[in-house]
Ligand binder design. Structure first.
Ligand code: MEV
Length: 329
């Protein structure tokens, strides 16, 4: 064995637009200062099958242990991911041992599967001595892996994670490319994050919503458009540094997510606590049905992190960062 090389990718939060983004509405997401790190070692001269091994998502500060994951990042998903890597890089991958760990939990709306996808690619590129992938190539390859975990993702998670920072994203409606823009933020975006358990899997949440929407398609379509309008207004507020407005728009977005049936009593209680304690706004992030609640704060998130912890849920302070340079997981 030679020494391990590492590939890192940050987790993400969605500030505006989850679910509606699947139906062509704009969304705004950003990377955080936690993520997934993949260690890659090369088994010298041995041709036995490469493998991807755990413990996945051992979380150093959240105390969450590796477990079978509803997002498909369990053994079966990882076997398929490895097959995609063999397609992309050839038989050389079969000489690699890939091991992932991270500081975000899986299945919690923080982009673990997309971060795993991007971290795997960065690690494999490095160990094979290939030049770092350009952004568009990284996004394209990450999409191939993300499809293993998610079925038919909108692309917002892996695109944001591959680029880093705050990203405005709109999926393509036909064969054209998605619209992707990196936003310049004049103010720091500080967040308290609570993990209200694991959700039941992104693919399942998206499918369940599609099913619920069948009987009232017009009504659901208007909600998706309403969320899209909030993302557009939210983007303008973010670019102006108008954080109070960003928070108000996040609260409105949460109201729509509740109407779509992807919130839970626990998520609503956490949002209420955050607002009572002075957060500018609070909402779920990701697929919902559990998972991350994010609260935007003006200054130090510590008070709200403590208030979240009083609900008995793992919580942490973070902010939107260009997480591509962070190596420590
Ligand atoms: C998941 O992080 C975001 C969803 O909108 C799904 C997707 O965009 O593919 C729920």
């Amino acid at each position: 064995m030679i020494d391990a090389v590492f590939g890192y990718a940050p987790g993400k939060v969605i500030l505006f637009g989850e679910h509606a983004v699947v139906y062509g509405q704009p969304a705004i997401a950003g990377t955080i200062d936690r993520g997934i790190r993949v260690a890659v070692t090369q088994k010298d001269g041995r041709a036995d099958a490469g493998h991807l091994e755990g413990p996945l998502f051992r979380s150093h500060s959240l105390g969450l242990r590796a477990r079978p994951d509803p997002n498909g990042e369990g053994p079966e998903g990882l076997r398929k991911a490895l097959a995609v890597l063999v397609e992309l890089y050839g038989e050389r991958v079969k000489h690699l041992v890939l091991s992932a760990e991270g500081t975000i939990p899986a299945g919690a709306g923080l982009g673990s599967s997309a971060a795993l996808s991007v971290a795997l690619l960065r690690g494999v590129q490095r160990v094979l001595d290939e030049p770092a992938l350009r952004d568009d190539a990284l996004v394209e390859r990450a999409f191939a892996l993300e499809r293993v975990f998610h079925g038919n993702p909108s692309g917002v998670d892996h695109t944001t994670i591959a680029l880093g920072g705050c990203v405005a994203y709109r999926r393509s409606n036909g064969d054209g490319a998605a619209s992707v823009e990196r936003l310049k933020l004049p103010r720091r975006l500080r967040l308290a994050v609570a993990v209200a358990g694991s959700h039941g899997g992104t693919a399942r949440a998206v499918a369940a919503l599609k099913d619920r929407a069948r009987r009232h398609q017009g009504a659901y379509q208007r909600i998706y458009e309403g969320i899209g309008a909030l993302a557009t207004e939210g983007r303008a507020a973010l670019e102006e540094g108008a954080l109070a407005a960003v928070g108000e728009l996040m609260d409105l977005n949460q109201g729509y997510l509740n109407a779509l049936g992807v919130s839970t009593p626990a998520i609503e209680a956490l949002c209420a606590t955050a607002r009572e304690r002075g957060a500018l706004g609070a909402k779920l992030s990701g697929a919902g049905g559990g998972g991350a609640v994010i609260a935007l704060v003006e200054d130090d998130p510590a008070t709200i992190v403590r208030a979240f912890e009083a609900h008995g849920v793992p919580s942490f302070a973070t902010e939107i960062v260009d997480g591509t340079a962070v190596e420590a997981a």
